[in-house]
Design a protein around this ligand. Structure first.
Ligand SMILES: [Zn+2]
Length: 159
């Protein structure tokens, strides 16, 4: 192994009624979804930023600008796949990801196994190398007031 690198990602989106809730590549039953130019899958965006950061390839907004009509309402899984292509084009292999979702509602634990399956398939990596954890904000701050969802992600890549 010539080089091992870590990356960190953070993203937050606000809730809005009348939108679908996309998180970790799946649609989750909810009375409100997240606002964004794309499908607003905040988990995938945070993961993409961690991957890009690890490879020193700027950030998700640099590669997929929210002014671009091609990215309007886009399925974020497409952005994740393209991000993996960028990482691999720079010669890196994916090691693992550890992702923490902060949301007061809905409870996400029942959906985590499916998120891991979907994301590892999109990324073409081992499912055991994608960890997703869910926590609340103990009713404090913007997450606690159910104003939005925040996601932290760390990844390791190597070449
Ligand atoms: Zn985002």
């Amino acid at each position: 192994m010539e080089k091992i690198r870590v990356g960190f990602g953070f993203d937050v989106h606000r809730f809005q009624t009348g939108r679908d809730l996309w998180l970790g590549g799946i649609k989750i039953p909810s009375d409100k979804g997240l606002l964004g130019h794309s499908d607003a899958d905040v988990l995938i965006h945070s993961l993409c930023d961690a991957l890009l950061g690890a490879a020193n390839l700027r950030d998700i907004g640099f590669h997929f600008p929210d002014t671009g009509s091609e990215f309007k309402d886009i399925d974020s899984k497409i952005l994740l796949k393209r991000t993996m292509d960028l990482i691999r084009a720079k010669g890196y292999t994916f090691g693992n990801a550890d992702i923490t979702v902060c949301a007061e509602k809905p409870r996400l634990n029942p959906y985590i196994p499916r998120m891991k399956t979907i994301l590892s398939n999109v990324m073409a990596v081992d499912e055991d190398d994608v960890s997703i954890k869910a926590t609340t904000s103990e009713k404090m701050g913007y997450v606690g007031r159910e104003e939005g969802v925040a996601v932290y992600a760390t990844v390791l890549i190597y070449r």
